[in-house]
Design a protein around this ligand. Structure first.
Ligand SMILES: *[C@@H]1O[C@H](CO)[C@@H](O)[C@H](O)[C@H]1NC(C)=O
Ligand SMILES: *[C@@H]1O[C@H](CO)[C@@H](O)[C@H](O)[C@H]1NC(C)=O
Ligand SMILES: *[C@@H]1O[C@H](CO)[C@@H](O)[C@H](O)[C@H]1NC(C)=O
Length: 144
């Protein structure tokens, strides 16, 4: 009887601990090829696509083309992008403001050079072009 009780107590205590232990890494960190930086997970593609297809890819991964909210994140993204151009999640309709892919108007805290409607970045900064060229891209999602 005592052994039975001890077994039950062990099961009640140990199983939740194992479950918590197994779950933690997945919820605390970014999985696979995603890179955790502060509160976000970023994915840098090796493939190239146009802006729309890149956004489709990010959406299929439960993310969006990269949203950049801080100077630190911007510096990280530019450094990591290097010389390659990478789409990020800003676009604009002709004559309208830049918007993030979630529809929020971009509060212009960094410059986007050029005359295009779709934004990309590399080590030099953030630029714009028409969306149909195939380049690399960066997705981002919150890190829970
Ligand atoms: C949309 O994304 C921008 C940039 O990351 C963020 O500042 C804003 O809060 C987001 N808006 C909503 C409604 O989630
Ligand atoms: C900017 O875009 C407009 C409209 O597409 C075009 O008429 C103009 O020539 C462009 N300017 C430059 C510098 O590319
Ligand atoms: C983007 O690429 C997709 C897939 O290759 C293609 O179907 C689509 O027409 C392209 N869109 C533009 C604007 O080039």
């Amino acid at each position: 009887m005592i052994y039975l009780c001890m077994c039950i107590i062990l099961l009640i205590v140990v199983i939740p601990m194992i479950v918590v232990f197994l779950k933690c890494p997945q919820t605390m960190e970014c999985s696979g090829e995603w890179i955790g930086v502060r509160k976000k997970c970023f994915y840098f593609s090796s493939d190239t696509k146009n802006w729309t297809a890149s956004e489709q890819f990010c959406l299929s991964q439960g993310s969006e083309l990269a949203h950049v909210d801080t100077q630190e994140d911007m510096e990280f993204l530019r450094r990591h992008a290097g010389t390659f151009m990478h789409w990020i999640g800003l676009n604009r309709k002709q004559g309208e403001s830049w918007k993030w892919t979630n529809g929020t108007i971009f509060n212009p805290w960094f410059e986007i050079s050029g005359n295009g409607s779709f934004a990309f970045l590399n080590a030099d900064g953030v630029h714009s072009s028409r969306g149909f060229i195939d380049i690399k891209w960066i997705c981002s999602k919150p890190q829970f």
